[in-house]
Design a binder for this molecule. Structure first.
Ligand code: HEM
Length: 393
C-alpha cells in the first residue's frame, strides 16, 4: 500500500520565504521541524535530525538523481574510490602551493576597488570567486565569462525546477570543460589539476570524459556559487558589525574561527538532499522509504538547542558542531580550500580598506533559493590614503 502524500506544511518558493529564508527557517524549526512541501518533500530544520541523517549512510542515500554526480550523488561502495581519488587534490601541500596565487588574485581585485560606493557582488565577490577557481584549476582567462554566465543560469534553472532548462545548462557547462580537457591533451607534460585528472585511473581504467566533467562540475558549483555567496555574506557582516570588523583588522589570527562562525550565523549553502532507504520516524513524522529529504544546513546551524542565540557571534564555539561544510561521508572535501581562500580574501579586503560600511538607504537584495547570501549588495568602502597614493603613482 502506498503512503498518502502529506498536506504541505510550507512552500519554499513562497515570496516571503525567498525574501528572508533564514527567518522563515527559524520559524519553521520551532513550529514544524520536519516539514513537508511539494517542492522539497521532507525538510529537516533541526541540528540533531540533520546530523542523524548525514551520519547514517546506510539509512539515507545520496543517489537522489538519475544523473551521474561524482562523488556527491553516490553511495558506498561506489562513493569510496571516487572520494579517495579527489581528496589529494585538496591536500595541505597543494593548498600551500596555491596560497601565493590566491593572494595575488585577491590583492589585485581588492586594490582595484573604488573609494566610495559599489555593488559588491558584481563588483568583487563573483569576480573573485571565478578568478580563484581559474587560478586553482590553472584554466585560461577566456573561460571566466562563460563560467559566470553558467552559474547564473544554473541557479535560475534550479529554482524554476525546469528539468529541460537544467539539462541544457549542464550541457553548456560540459562543453566548456571538455574544451579544457582537449587543451590539456594537446600539452601532455602539464601538471595542473585537469591534466592530473586525465591521468587518473579507477578500477584499473582511465576516467571517462563525462566522469571528469562531473567531478569538475561539483568543484565549480562549490567554488562559484558558495564561495561568492560567502564573500558577500562576510563583507556585509563586517559592514554591519563594526566592532567585529575592528577586531579582525587588529587580530588576523581570529579570521579562521570568525569566518566559520559568521557563515554559521548566515549560511552560504542552504540545503542538500538525501533519500530515505527505509520508512523511518524523524521528529514526530513518518517518512516513507524512497522519499526525498532535504537537509536544511541553513537552519540546523542556527538551532537554538545547540547554539543558544543563533545570532550571537562567538569564536570559541566547538567547531565540530558547525555544519557549514557538512559531516559524515560526504563532508566537503573542499572545506580547507574554501577556508584558505576566504581567509586570504578577507585579509586582502581588510588591507585594501580602512572601513567597510553599509550604504545609507540602500539595503542589500537577498539571493533566491537555491542560492544564499545576496544578489545585490551595496557597500561603501573607505580606502587608506597611503594605498591611493601608491595606486596614483
Ligand atoms: C564556502 C564554500 C563551501 C561550502 C559552504 C561547502 C559546503 C559543502 C557541504 C555542506 C557539503 C556536504 C554535502 C552533502 O552532505 O550532501 C559539501 C560537499 C562537497 N563539496 Fe563543498 N562547500 C564549499 C566549497 C567547496 C569547494 C571550493 C569545493 C571544491 C573545489 C567543494 C567540493 C565539494 C564536493 C566535491 C562535495 C561532495 C563530497 C562527497 O559527496 O563526498 N566544496 N560541500
Amino acid at each position: 500500500m502506498s503512503t498518502p502524500t502529506p498536506a504541505p506544511d510550507w512552500d519554499p518558493r513562497d515570496p516571503a520565504v525567498l525574501q528572508d529564508p533564514l527567518r522563515a527557517y527559524d520559524t519553521l524549526r520551532g513550529r514544524c521541524p520536519v516539514a513537508y512541501s511539494d517542492y522539497l518533500r521532507w525538510s529537516l530544520f533541526r541540528h540533531d535530525d540533520v546530523l542523524r541523517v548525514v551520519l547514517d549512510a546506510e539509512g539515507f542515500g545520496n543517489a537522489v538523481s538519475a544523473h551521474v554526480s561524482i562523488p556527491n550523488g553516490m553511495d558506498p561502495p561506489e562513493h569510496t574510490p571516487w572520494r579517495a581519488l579527489i581528496e589529494p587534490y585538496f591536500a595541505p601541500e597543494r593548498l600551500a602551493a596555491f596560497a601565493p596565487a590566491a593572494h595575488a588574485v585577491a590583492r589585485e581585485l581588492a586594490q582595484g576597488l573604488p573609494h566610495g560606493e559599489l555593488e559588491f557582488m558584481d563588483g568583487f565577490a563573483h569576480e573573485c570567486a571565478v578568478r580563484l577557481l581559474c587560478a586553482f584549476m590553472e584554466w585560461p582567462h577566456a573561460v571566466r565569462e562563460p563560467l559566470r554566465q553558467w552559474t547564473r543560469r544554473n541557479q535560475q534553472a534550479t529554482l524554476s525546477g525546469d528539468r529541460e532548462a537544467m539539462a541544457a545548462v549542464a550541457f553548456e557547462f560540459d562543453g566548456q570543460i571538455r574544451a579544457q580537457l582537449d587543451a590539456c591533451r594537446r600539452q601532455p607534460g602539464r601538471d595542473d589539476a585537469t591534466s592530473r585528472l586525465l591521468r587518473e585511473t579507477i578500477d584499473g581504467r582511465p576516467l571517462r570524459d563525462e566522469e571528469i566533467v562531473s567531478i569538475l562540475r561539483n568543484w565549480t558549483v562549490g567554488e562559484l556559487s558558495t564561495l561568492a555567496a560567502s564573500i558577500g555574506i562576510l563583507a556585509w557582516y563586517l559592514a554591519t558589525h563594526p566592532a567585529v570588523q575592528e577586531e579582525l583588522r587588529a587580530h588576523a589570527e581570529l579570521l579562521r574561527p570568525a569566518i566559520d562562525e559568521i557563515l554559521r550565523i548566515h549560511p552560504p549553502l542552504l540545503a542538500n538532499r538525501r533519500v530515505a532507504r527505509h520508512t523511518v520516524r524523524l521528529g514526530e513524522r513518518t517518512v516513507a522509504a524512497g522519499e526525498r529529504i532535504t537537509l536544511m544546513w541553513a537552519s540546523a546551524n542556527r538551532d537554538e538547542a545547540v547554539f543558544g542565540d543563533p545570532d550571537a557571534f562567538r569564536v570559541d564555539r566547538d567547531p565540530a558542531l558547525n555544519l557549514l561544510y557538512g559531516a559524515g561521508l560526504h563532508v566537503c572535501p573542499g572545506a580547507e580550500l574554501s577556508r584558505l581562500q576566504l581567509r586570504i580574501v578577507l585579509q586582502e579586503l581588510l588591507a585594501a580598506t580602512d572601513l567597510i560600511a553599509p550604504v545609507a538607504g540602500r539595503a542589500p537584495v537577498p539571493a533566491h533559493y537555491p542560492a544564499s547570501g545576496f544578489s545585490l549588495l551595496p557597500l561603501s568602502l573607505r580606502r587608506p590614503a597611503a594605498l591611493d597614493v601608491r595606486q596614483a603613482m
